[in-house]
Design a protein. Structure first.
Length: 41
């Protein structure tokens, strides 16, 4: 499980390709298409 931890992190969905950039940290895990999103390094 990858928890959101800082502003500016970028996450991608390996199923549909959605990309999310963190603007405000609230903790938790980002889920898309029923699966956890992965952090883009």
């Amino acid at each position: 499980m990858v928890n959101v931890s800082k502003v500016g992190q970028v996450y991608v969905c390996n199923i549909c390709g959605n990309v999310v950039e963190v603007k405000e940290v609230g903790g938790g895990e980002l889920i898309c298409c029923g699966e956890p999103m992965t952090i883009r390094e």
